[in-house]
Design a protein around this ligand. Structure first.
Ligand SMILES: [Zn+2]
Length: 114
């Protein structure tokens, strides 16, 4: 039976947490896209639209557990906290969509839009 000795991975705490606390002053936590404003907005979106957008378009009713940015943050960071740029999705749909976006992204989605 395989046995793996416990690996010490500081999930919280350590130097990273200290840096994070420090970053709050400079707003770099927000620039990474996962600050408290986003978490609140995300929760509100899932409450308002509890069903997966992609599944709904296929006539399926699936509980959403992720929130997607219609226009990706990489393209429009200013739309990150804009309600109309959000849609709820289930994880499989969201992952498939993200994979598609990444694949398409290399063919000049960036730049084609402006
Ligand atoms: Zn779905």
């Amino acid at each position: 039976m395989p046995f793996r000795p416990p690996v010490h991975q500081p999930a919280h705490g350590g130097a990273a947490a200290k840096r994070q606390a420090h970053d709050r002053w400079r707003g770099s936590a927000a620039s990474r896209g996962y600050d408290s404003a986003w978490r609140r907005l995300r929760a509100a979106k899932l409450k308002a639209d509890p069903l997966c957008w992609w599944c709904q378009s296929l006539g399926r009713l699936t509980a959403a557990n992720t929130v997607d940015h219609i226009v990706p943050i990489s393209e429009r960071p200013d739309l990150r906290l804009v309600w109309s740029n959000l849609r709820s999705g289930c994880k499989p749909c969201h992952d498939a969509h993200t994979a598609r976006q990444v694949a398409e992204g290399h063919r000049g989605m960036r730049g084609a839009r402006r």
